[in-house]
Structure formats: C-alpha cells, structure tokens
Design a protein around this ligand. Structure first.
Ligand SMILES: Cc1cc2nc3c(=O)[nH]c(=O)nc-3n(C[C@H](O)[C@H](O)[C@H](O)COP(=O)(O)OP(=O)(O)OC[C@H]3O[C@@H](n4cnc5c(N)ncnc54)[C@H](O)[C@@H]3O)c2cc1C
Length: 439
C-alpha cells in the first residue's frame, strides 16, 4: 500500500460508509482469505458507497477483495495482496419483482434463500442449487459461476443473468444487459462477470430471469452394478424425449454421506418436473431405461433435503483436510475421467459425484496423498489430458493450495484474459493473483 497512513485510510473509509461500518486490525482478521488478513473491512450500504470505497482504494493503491456472505471466499488462488475487503452484506434489498415477466432485480448481497422465500409464493424459481445454496449471495454466485444438479435443465447463472450493475476498479458504476444499457466499455458486462471471481469488477446488483415452478417435480434413485452401466443408462435418458431437471451420479461413499441406507457401487438420481401426468409418464420411461441397464430402484424419502445433501457432499468435509477437484469433460467421458483419476490417486480415500448432462465431475480426496498435492494434481491433469479434460481445485487446506495452480493451464485464452484484466483493472487491485494464470 502507498499513500496515506493507515489510520487516515480507516477514517476515510468511515467517512464513506460510517465509522461503525469499518473494521480494522484484529477485528478485520475474521475476514482473512486463505490465511491472509485484510487491514480493513468496509460494509457499504449502497451501490454509491461501494463505488466510493473502490475510488478510495484506487487512489490509495489498495488490493481489494469483494465478499458476500463469504461462502466461497476461499475459491481461486491464494491472494497475492489484500488490504481491503468490501463486504456486500448490507446490500441485501430486493429491488423489484415482476411476476408476470418472470424477472427480478436484487442487490448483490441478497441470498438465494431470500430470493426463493420471496418468489416461492408466486410459484416461481431461481433454479440454482450449488452447495450451501441458501446462504450464498447472488453476487457470489455470479462471481464463482457456482452450479449444482439443476444445471441439467436450467443452465448456470450465465443463462439466468439478464443484467448487472458493476462497480469497476476505479469506482465507476456501469450497468449492462437487461433493459438498461449504459456500458461505456462495449463488453457484454453480465457475461464477463460470470465466473471472473471478482477480478473484473464488484457486482452490486443483478437483474435475473426466473422460471415457473413445475406443477409437479418428482425424483427417483436407481442403484447400478457400476458406473459404466450407469453412464450408458444416463446417456439413454439424455437421448430419449425426456426433459430431466437433474441427472446425477453418486458413488457409494457419497450415497453413504447423504444418509442413504442402501449403498450400491453407483447410483443415478433423476428429477423430472412437469404436469403430473407428464412427470409420471417420463418417470416410467426412466425406470424402463434404468432397469434394462441392470438397475434397481432405491427409496428416496424427502427428495429435496436429500438433493441438498448431494450438493453439499461436494464441499469437502471440514475439519478433515480434503482436496475437492472439479473436473470438466465431455458427458460421454465422465466415467473414463473417473477411472483415470482413481488410477492417479490410488490409495487415497475419495468420493465422487457428477452432473451427467454437463460433464462436471466432483472428486473429494482425503488422506496421506494430500501432503504431496502438487504431484497428485499433476498426475490427475496428465491423466485427463487425453480426454481434453480440465481440473480446477475448488477446496483444499490453505497451506496446500498456496503451492498449487488451482486453475491449471488454460492455453491461448490466457493472453486475451490478461488483456481484458489490464483494460478493466489497470492497477491490478481487484482480487490480485486469484484467477486463471495468476490474474
Ligand atoms: C481477466 C478475465 C478475462 C476474461 N475474458 C473473458 C472473455 O474474453 N470472454 C468471456 O466470455 N469471458 C471472459 N471472462 C469471464 C470468464 O472466463 C468466465 O469465467 C467464463 O466465461 C465462465 O465460463 P463458464 O460459463 O463456462 O463457467 P463454468 O464452466 O461454469 O466455470 C466455472 C468456473 O470455472 C472457472 N473457469 C472459467 N474458465 C476457466 C478455464 N478456462 N479454466 C479453468 N477454470 C475456468 C470459472 O472462473 C468458474 O469459477 C474473463 C474473466 C477474466 C477474469
């Protein structure tokens, strides 16, 4: 940090957000990211205050990390520097809900739980179900592009985000997408922010597309003799004229963690939402496909609570040290990727689940191999190379992650990403070091 003495920065932040809305010193330590504590935490109460915090940070040369409820604060690489955390916690207002248009505008600190509580009585959905969904803020979901099983039908936040207002690194507020386009940069601002981990701006509000809740939603669980037979059935379901809302593979260990009594080697969980007759008929078709693949139906009481446990199972198991890998491959290669990873991490305790409509495989690893996580990750990535698969580390102990490239090589795209970062954040003050290629 350059410029004014620390106490002046604290006072200047206080002048923007109010003295009671600034933490400094030890109190700021609770907002540490991967062991690195900020010097200040500011809690702005409006978009304008976020903008003024960033303008101040830019003038003082501060490294800034935006945060919501902090659910995924540790995602990405270890911060190269951290002076100021800007918490969006107080930006928790629902700005508009147009039930007839199936749209809604919210401040970035609104949680998915609050969104769904508001729109539930209208029988509408913001269909995002990543791990720890209810407490995750909309801003955090945009920044991390976090998804869950519903991705099979509804896509990601990228598909649901109609517009955003973003405070850029110098504090300028920019609105893009939706009905209002005031975007001086010329970029597709909403898409740019998705998954950028707060490295390109601080999302202060979002305009969202909602979906009508289906008249009936039903879930089924089938136990298979192994993942290969399961994948064949899943591909059969994807080929059939069925509209699945979720299509998820869980291995024996994950199934055990969700509290299910039966533990076949592999299980396929399917959700279909439709009119009641449609859901029943499609469910019968799913049953036929699964049974012809050697599956048996397993009971699934309280499906919504069970699905939440499936999403949360991909979170690791603190306090036990775990390394959580998110692997992206073609749908048809999910089991090949699973087998390749199993060979590369031989001997470690592990569990796996996968979104079969999207080729997203989560593997949670624990045990002694974590001590050599760099070599382990190298073996996993090498084993995925023939499948053109990618592997991102989502969670891991801070000390382990610090020595890893959590993103992996993204190839020629990196030069374009660096160019964009240089244009939108020339001082490199937003979440430095945390994104792909050390951006
Ligand atoms: C400096 C910078 C420049 C950017 N430039 C562009 C751009 O020119 N065009 C554009 O569309 N978007 C750009 N983005 C946005 C970024 O690439 C988004 O993360 C991406 O578009 C989201 O991908 P997805 O929808 O496939 O998400 P998902 O596949 O769901 O991504 C999930 C997660 O993977 C991460 N991720 C995204 N891409 C990769 C990758 N290649 N390797 C490893 N992990 C990855 C995301 O950050 C996210 O956390 C940029 C972001 C940054 C920080």
């Amino acid at each position: 940090m350059t410029g004014r003495a620390s106490r002046d920065v604290g006072a200047a932040l206080g002048a923007v957000v109010g003295g009671a809305q600034v933490l400094a010193g030890e109190a700021a330590g609770a907002f540490a990211i991967e062991g690195r504590a900020p010097r200040w935490v500011a809690f702005p109460g409006s978009a304008d205050e976020v903008s003024r915090c960033l303008a101040l940070a830019a003038a003082e040369g501060l490294a800034v990390a935006p945060t919501g409820q902090g659910t995924r604060r540790h995602w990405g690489g270890t911060p190269r520097a951290l002076d100021l955390v800007v918490s969006l916690r107080r930006l928790d207002r629902i700005l508009a809900h147009e039930p007839a248009d199936l749209t809604m505008s919210v401040e970035a600190g609104v949680t998915l739980g609050a969104v769904n509580a508001h729109i539930g009585p209208y029988r509408q959905l913001l269909p995002l179900d990543p791990a720890r969904a209810a407490g995750s803020t909309v801003g955090g979901i945009v920044a991390t592009a976090a998804t869950g099983p519903y991705r099979a039908r509804y896509g990601t936040i990228r598909d649901l985000l109609l517009g955003v207002t973003v405070a850029q690194a110098d504090g300028t507020l920019v609105t893009g997408g939706g009905r209002v386009v005031k975007n001086a940069t010329g970029y597709d601002m909403p898409k740019l922010q998705v998954g950028a981990l707060g490295t390109l701006g601080v999302v202060v509000s979002a305009h969202l597309r909602l979906h009508p809740a289906p008249a009936e939603e039903r879930s089924w669980l089938y136990g298979f003799p192994g993942p290969e037979a399961l994948l064949d059935a899943a591909l059969g379901i994807l080929d059939a004229p069925l509209v699945v809302s979720r299509l998820t593979f869980v291995d024996r260990a994950t199934l055990g963690l969700t509290g299910h009594a039966a533990t076949p080697p592999a299980a396929l969980a399917v959700t279909i939402g439709s009119v009641p007759d449609g859901a029943r008929a499609q469910g019968e078709r799913v049953a036929t496909i699964c049974r012809s693949g050697g599956a048996t139906a397993l009971p699934l009481a309280e499906p919504e609570a069970w699905w939440r446990r499936v999403s949360d199972a991909a979170w690791g198991s603190p306090p036990e040290p775990t390394l959580v890998l998110r692997i992206g491959v073609r749908t048809t290669d999910v089991v090949k990727a699973l087998r390749a990873v199993e060979a590369a991490v031989d001997g470690m305790s592990r569990r796996a689940s996968a979104e079969l409509a999207n080729g997203v495989l989560h593997v949670v690893l624990a045990g002694r191999g974590l001590e050599e996580a760099g070599a382990l990750l190298g073996r996993v990535r090498a084993s995925l190379a023939p499948l053109e698969g990618t592997c991102v580390v989502e969670h891991g102990p801070a000390a382990v992650k610090a020595a890893l490239d959590v993103w992996g090589d993204v190839g020629p795209a990196l030069a374009a990403m660096r160019g964009l970062k240089a244009e939108l954040d020339p001082q490199n003050m937003l979440n430095p070091g945390r994104f792909v290629g050390g951006i």
